[in-house]
Design a protein around this ligand. Structure first.
Ligand code: PEP
Ligand code: MG
Length: 602
């Protein structure tokens, strides 16, 4: 074994797909190709343009083939990523600019493609949203393919990955990640680039393969065959660990696998307290690829589908047909389970194509979410029409984000009804009426929850924003992250008020902010009386397991004790102590393993 080739090294990156893996490093050497740089003579310009066109056609055929292959073996969800790459291939921003450089600057196609890719990536750089920044590697992926084809190089070679390998790469195209994960030989992925929302991270999560992305220079620092222990939850990679470190990792791996086994075993069990209080546990999703994992972890429905993510990796808005197809797919995949689709939470930073100059000084308080949709009616109508049409395919609920007052809700509802009538007149089937609810995520909505409850069919509390606005801390700002406290008395009182208003009006109340999936808060939320909680797939089994071990009665007592205290620190200390007392022993690890106990940013 060559495990001593490199001294012990600890690398940290972003935990992008949970799980612990130990294996030998397989370095995927897909380093950037050297781009030849040539000046063209006049007579070479036209042939160069033709060469470019041929390379695009060839790349398109290759991607179409890959897409078919992946659709056959993986299902159509992963194939959507390749479809996005094909669209990029034909994007005028790329093709027109490359042709312009060939004609005007008289440079060869390879150089023109590289320069254009750099320019497009630079546009993404200036957008603070992480999802956008992650699209830079998609641009590289497409540009590399065109350049390789221009240079007549081999593309899409099958890589022989040894069994139980930790695949280490500078960047990993999602198609490669999907193919390798499917081979069943990959124990984990470590990449230098990438973030939580990079497509490779999504593929890894969907395949339930541990992944650490954004790990700096891991592909240079790790040598082939090095022993690697990685934790895809915490984003830690240990290279050539000592015997003791390895033993700790193996123990963690055993515990993780045990809890995953348990997750599968409890998949069909309801989340019900020992005295019979039942809470439905739903899943949060951004991408279609997440559905299989949500179902495998026992999601009883979708409590939040963040539809703006579908919107963000492109410069033009999705068409009504594209919206419709995505919603239909989710509804069908969930087979009659409730699917809560949130209308676009766009605006502020999340607006594709916005220049620095146009940026709002305070985007969180700017033209965002429902305000953005009510100011961009046609964009809103496109989505509403698609939702109305898709509703015939399953059990849909519609949810409006960032509602502050009753007039906003009325206006949004009347737009929905106008779309329904127009579709009906045109003879388009729109199905039965479905519940229309709101996110309660502003202090204003929390304060008038009793009035909103008269007109909304359900509430879902968005704690990520509610806490941000209630405590006046920017959720994106690391400097104030320590002030982000879900157990602040003001937050607890707001949540209690919202639940009480919903109960009095007899409408269901859910929570879909990050607080819902954090096991530290499970008893607090059980006590509050939620009908539903919605979270990421990995959190569902842990929350369910805790809930099934306590009575609602004792949870209520604990909450009363907590709310008699005053400061966030006191309440946190008390809740943590109560949780530890109840869930000590092997279960104790669930509490600390499933979440970061320090209050933190999202
Ligand atoms: C929230 O604010 O809690 C929420 C779930 O919405 P988002 O995180 O998408 O703003
Ligand atoms: Mg929100």
């Amino acid at each position: 074994m060559s495990s001593q080739a490199t001294p012990t090294l600890r690398l940290t990156g972003i935990g992008a797909s949970p799980g612990v893996a130990v294996g030998h490093a397989f370095i995927l050497d897909r380093k950037r190709i050297r781009t030849p740089k040539l000046r063209l003579a006049d007579a070479e310009v036209e042939p160069e343009r033709m060469r470019m066109k041929t390379a695009i056609d060839l790349s398109d055929r290759q991607l179409a083939e890959l897409k078919d292959q992946i659709t056959r073996t993986e299902g159509s969800d992963h194939a959507l990523i390749l479809e996005a790459h094909r669209l990029m291939l034909h994007d005028p921003m790329l093709v027109d600019e490359v042709n312009r450089l060939i004609v005007e600057d008289r440079i060869n196609a390879e150089w023109a493609v590289r320069r254009t890719a750099r320019k497009i990536k630079h546009l993404f750089d200036n957008i603070p949203d992480e999802y956008f920044r992650e699209r830079r590697s998609d641009v590289d992926y497409v540009a590399d393919r065109i350049i390789r084809n221009l240079m007549g190089q081999v593309v899409d070679e099958e890589v022989e990955v040894p069994a139980e390998a930790i695949v280490v790469a500078h960047d990993l195209p999602p198609a490669d990640a999907a193919m390798m994960a499917r081979s069943g030989r990959v124990a984990g992925f470590v990449t230098d680039l990438g973030g939580q929302t990079s497509h490779t991270a999504i593929v890894a999560r969907a395949r339930e393969t541990p992944a650490v992305v954004g790990a700096g220079r891991a592909s240079e620092q790790i040598s082939p065959g090095d022993l690697v222990a990685m934790d895809g939850t915490r984003g830690v990679v240990l290279v050539n660990p000592s015997e003791d470190q390895l033993a700790l990792f193996r123990e963690e791996q055993r515990r993780y696998q045990e809890s995953e086994q348990l997750a599968l075993a409890t998949k069909e069990q309801p989340a019900v307290s020992t005295d019979g209080f039942r809470i439905r546990l739903n899943g949060n999703m951004e991408f279609l690829e997440e559905i299989p994992s949500l179902l495998a972890h026992g999601a009883e429905g979708i409590g939040l589908y963040r539809t703006e993510f579908m919107f963000l990796d492109r410069k033009t808005a999705p068409t009504e047909e594209e919206h419709y197809r995505a919603y239909k797919q989710v509804l069908e995949a969930m087979g009659g389970r409730p699917v809560t689709i949130r209308t676009l939470d766009l605006g502020g930073d999340k607006v594709p194509g916005k220049t620095k100059h146009e940026k709002e000084p305070n985007p969180a308080m700017g033209l965002r979410a429902i305000r953005y949709c009510l100011s961009n009616r046609e964009l809103f109508r496109v989505q509403l029409r698609a939702l109305l049409r898709a509703s015939v395919h399953g059990n849909m609920r519609l949810m409006f984000p960032l509602i502050c007052g009753v007039s906003e809700l009325r206006e949004a509802r009347s737009e929905l009804e106008a779309c329904r009538t127009a579709l009906g007149r045109a003879g388009v089937p729109v199905g039965k009426r479905f519940p229309v609810g709101i996110m309660v995520e502003t202090p204003s909505a929390a304060t008038i929850a009793d009035r909103l409850a008269q007109e909304a069919d359900f509430f879902s509390i968005g704690t990520n924003d509610l806490i941000q606005y209630a405590l006046a801390i920017d959720r994106q700002n690391r400097e104030v992250a320590y002030l982000y406290r879900p157990l602040h008395l003001s937050v607890l009182r707001m949540i209690q008020g919202i639940v009480t208003a919903a109960k009095s009006a007899n409408i269901p109340v859910s929570m879909c902010g990050e607080m819902a999936g954090d096991p530290l808060f499970t008893l607090v939320l059980l006590a509050m009386g939620f009908d539903e909680l919605s979270m990421t797939s990995g959190q569902i089994p842990v929350v369910k397991r805790l809930m099934r071990r306590v009575s609602r009665h004792e949870a209520v007592e604990m909450l009363q004790g907590a709310m008699e205290l005053t400061t966030a620190e006191e309440i946190e200390r008390y809740v943590r102590m109560e949780m530890d007392r109840r869930f000590s022993g092997p279960e104790g690890s669930l509490l600390s393993g499933g979440h970061d106990v320090e209050p933190g940013p999202l």
